[in-house]
Design a protein around this ligand. Structure first.
Ligand SMILES: *Cc1c(COP(=O)(O)O)cnc(C)c1O
Length: 648
């Protein structure tokens, strides 16, 4: 990417350019034929992602689609539990790891199912942050060994549900986040005669880094400050429920990029734990919350899209710091709970989008507009384009910008006709291209010339909605790896940004992962009238449920993939979920399909009566309208580009 070499492109170069190995943590690569592949178990078994797309298309499910690799999900559960077990063994820690999966990170039944199943041998439990999530957790949870942790705001019904779980013998812990909750818990415990298991969420002073740093500190939304914890202790004693206090909890926010933050928070929370244990509460559990990151850009730095530690290092640091503080305080070490959500589910799913159009603001450059009478501004620009050598690049850029602006002023004042304006614009872009070409082979590049690449980037229009499928990119500028799924042996010669099909200028992806910084464009292949598929990777955490119905683009199609040695391509699609149909999303905003169809019929009948259309045509129009209700909300690309012949 740095030097524009003339040597042939290769799959290996693509693998390097898009960073598959860096962010893929052993699960993603490029095969020698130029296809992106997934290794769900991190071993030699792999699946060509385009094969999955093709099979889904054959089943009638087109892009945009979400692909879930169920084995990869399972693998992550095993991995997380594995690193904690190993750390506990290595550190000779006298307690256990009893992790829970926070349902809010991905509530989909197949996801939770797979996690509960994979977590069986580790007694891996569930965490809930709301009543609906607790309803799921309490029913999906099996056995009496696994934990259920109840976080979030709680009303009486929430607490009743948790106590119901206790009655069934479940280890279900109500974490007190606000002092008032404790009064409710005490009252309901007395009323029902159930002995609750209680935890305190501590408001730590340790400040996080990254996008969710506000989760701790004095102004954090959740948790008890020191005085409140002492007050809560008194309340428990007064109610003779001392024996119910079992856990200290903290959560320093998601995607913590810096391991130092985690160490500090663990130390602070361990101190809370030890003090409470010394006050005579039974305790036994320390919950370190979530925050374990995902290295989205593969840079292994403390940049917000990355993390400067591994999962194994995280586990070692949690285990060893808790042990040290407890030993120093002569307190028996607790069992360790963590609520890692993002780290468990993010890698297992990806979004596939199809590019169907390239918008190139310089497209018209080829067909030069030669004004009948050239305005001086146009000849000036022509001279600038031709006599490139004399001035420095930056100076030429500034001159060109100034001329372009002058041209616009002249146009507004009525001194420049359309043809001259078009010519001026074209010449400006030509000069920019010329500068960009020279810049790509030069050493140091000033900021403004860097911007040229962004300025010149084409727009690749993709059939999807950022608001439905990648909300965090829009809301938080979160970066996700983006790469073509095929043609990876060809040189990607086009700098592009991705725009979606919503009528919202924010509906785009214009920042991309980069080792040093953030990139303003991604290198892609020229379109060739065949489907061109891009993958957006590591989208398994939060994106599924955060998405909204902007422009009424609904849920996308979804396929769930399992490894299968006996199958031709090494996989099978176990489940398919159809994306929203137009009728579904319309009903979601309170229209009735029947009503709308009836209204159309009235109008068509009226048009027929007044001879605007023939009766037969009226019938056809009504059919067209009604049949659309069953269609998906996204573009039916076959139709949209119907004029071009598509070769298979
Ligand atoms: C959101 C949340 C989590 C999950 O955090 P991740 O960073 O995704 O692991 C865990 N615990 C609590 C209390 C949360 O609110």
């Amino acid at each position: 990417m740095k030097s524009k070499s003339t040597t042939a492109w290769s799959a290996a170069k693509s693998e390097e350019l898009y960073g598959f190995k860096r962010w893929g943590s052993g699960h993603f690569s490029v095969d020698s034929d130029g296809f992106a592949t997934v290794q769900p178990l991190g071993d030699e078994r792999d699946i060509r992602i385009l094969d999955v797309v093709q099979e889904a298309v054959d089943m009638g499910l087109k892009a945009p689609m979400v692909i879930r690799f169920q084995d990869l999900l399972r693998h992550r559960v095993t991995q997380l539990n594995g690193v904690f077990r190993k750390a506990i063994e290595d550190e000779d820690y006298q307690g256990e790891y009893r992790g829970v999966f926070p349902i809010k990170v991905n509530q989909l039944r197949e996801v939770v199912d797979e996690i509960v199943e994979a977590g069986k041998e580790f007694n891996y439990g569930l965490e809930a942050g709301s009543k609906p999530e607790l309803m799921i957790a309490i029913a999906m949870h099996e056995g009496t060994e696994r934990l259920i942790i109840c976080n979030g705001y709680k009303d009486l019904d929430y607490i009743r549900l948790a106590l119901m779980g206790r009655k069934l013998g479940k280890q279900i812990i109500i974490v007190v986040e606000q002092l008032a909750e404790l009064d409710d818990i005490i009252r309901l415990a007395e009323e029902t005669g159930v002995e609750p298991m209680i935890g305190f969420r501590a408001k730590l002073q340790t400040r996080g880094e990254g996008k969710w740093a506000m989760s701790t500190g004095d102004n954090a939304k959740f948790g008890l400050n020191t005085a409140e914890i002492l007050f809560a202790c008194e309340k428990l004693k007064a109610a003779k429920l001392q024996s119910c206090l079992r856990l200290v909890h903290f959560h320093i926010g998601s995607q913590v990029p810096n391991i130092i933050t985690i160490k500090n928070a663990v130390i602070e929370a361990s101190r809370f734990y030890c003090q409470l244990a010394k006050m005579g509460f039974p305790m036994g559990l320390l919950d370190v919350g979530g925050g374990l990151g995902i290295d989205y850009d593969g840079s292994r730095t403390n940049y917000e899209s990355s993390m400067n530690y591994t999962m194994a290092e995280y586990a070692r640091d949690v285990v060893s710091n808790i042990r040290e503080i407890c030993n120093a305080s002569s307190v028996k070490v607790p069992d360790i709970v963590s609520e890692s959500g993002r780290a468990v589910v993010a890698p297992h799913s990806m979004l596939v989008v199809e590019v169907f159009e390239r918008i190139n603001k310089r497209e018209s450059l080829g067909k030069k507009h030669q004004p009948k009478q050239k305005h001086k501004i146009v000849t000036d620009l022509e001279v600038m384009l031709r006599n490139r050598s004399k001035l420095g690049r930056l100076e030429r850029f500034h001159d060109a910008v100034q001329k372009k602006e002058e041209a616009f002023s002249l146009f507004n004042l009525g001194y420049l006709d359309l043809e001259n304006r078009a010519a001026a614009e074209q010449l400006f872009w030509q000069i920019c291209e010329q500068l960009a070409r020279e810049t790509s082979s030069a050493g140091y590049v000033p900021e403004e010339l860097h911007e040229l690449n962004k300025l010149l980037a084409d727009q690749y229009v993709c059939n999807f909605s950022v608001f439905q499928s990648l909300l965090d990119h829009w809301a938080l500028k979160q970066l996700f790896p983006v790469a073509p799924l095929h043609r990876l042996t060809e040189r990607p010669s086009v700098n592009a940004i991705l725009v979606d099909i919503t009528c919202d200028s924010d509906g785009k992806i214009n920042s991309f992962i980069d080792l040093q910084d953030v990139k303003d464009y991604v290198q892609l292949h020229p379109l060739n009238n065949k489907p061109y598929y891009l993958g957006v990777f590591l989208t398994g955490a939060y994106q599924d449920i955060m998405g909204d119905l902007h422009n009424l683009f609904g849920r996308v199609n979804e396929v769930h993939v399992f490894l299968e040695d006996d199958e031709e391509n090494g996989f099978y699609i176990e489940e398919t979920l159809n994306g929203s149909r137009i009728g579904d999303v319309i009903e979601g905003v309170q229209y009735k399909q029947d009503d709308l169809c009836r209204k159309m019929k009235v109008q068509i009948d009226a048009a027929t009566r007044s001879d605007l259309i023939k009766p037969r045509e009226g019938v056809r129009l009504l059919e067209l309208y009604e049949s659309q209700m069953l269609n998906k909300t996204y573009l039916n690309i076959e139709r949209a580009t119907g004029r071009k012949k598509k070769k298979k």
